[in-house]
Design a protein around this ligand. Structure first.
Ligand code: SF4
Length: 201
């Protein structure tokens, strides 16, 4: 399943790859979400994604999300976003990400988002690097946490709406996380942990 509806939004599932291995990730629990099978037999091409979207007019937003980290496929995200902005400029575009795009690509990718992405939702997940690594088990170790904070700060230059999110796990100090978002000057949202039925990146 490449494109799937949740509520009024259209979600795009473009890769199952991710450098993190979060304890709460739906990838740990099964095949998908809300009855959709999100394991991809192969990663879709830009053209296949555009065909799967069809006409998105009427959706509240189009969201690069996945069952994996969408920015593993940065060029595809940018190409699809460019197509959508050209053909359906009234439909907002959001990326849900772990915020590790700069580590994944070895450079600052945030300038690419200018004029293409309306909202970016970045998983903060913890109030410090040690706890982040305990929960997210990143291939990058504790560096991941510092990189995602820097990524959020840089995104503010190019994306109108930047949101840091946490999952309401008991081990998380939500108030400290809220403070980090405030200090960065970005929005903050707490997501509900819904176990195998629901949490998505
Ligand atoms: S929750 Fe997101 S960042 Fe964590 S392993 Fe799953 S896809 Fe990767």
């Amino acid at each position: 399943m490449i494109a799937y509806e949740i509520g009024d939004s259209l979600y795009l599932n473009i890769t199952n790859r991710c450098p993190n291995h979060c304890s709460f990730c739906i990838r740990q629990f099964g095949d998908g979400l809300e009855g959709y099978n999100l394991w991809l037999e192969k990663e879709p091409t830009t053209r296949e994604i555009i065909e799967a979207i069809g006409d998105p007019t009427g959706y509240k937003e189009v969201v690069f999300c996945g069952y994996g980290e969408p920015l593993m496929r940065l060029q595809v995200v940018l190409d699809v976003a460019r197509y959508l902005k050209k053909n359906y400029p009234s439909v907002p575009i959001r990326i849900n990400t772990n915020g590790l795009g700069n580590l994944i690509h070895g450079e600052d990718i945030t300038p690419h988002f200018k004029g293409l992405i309306d909202t970016i939702s970045i998983s903060l997940n913890a109030e410090n690097a040690k706890k982040y690594q305990e929960i997210c088990n990143s291939d990058y170790g504790e560096d991941a946490y510092y990189s995602l904070l820097e990524f959020a700060r840089k995104c503010k230059n190019y994306i109108p709406r930047v949101v840091l999110t946490v999952v309401d796990l008991p081990e998380i100090d939500v108030e400290k996380c809220r403070k980090i978002a405030e200090e960065l000057g970005v929005e903050f949202r707490v997501r509900q942990f819904e176990g195998e039925d629901g949490e998505r990146n």
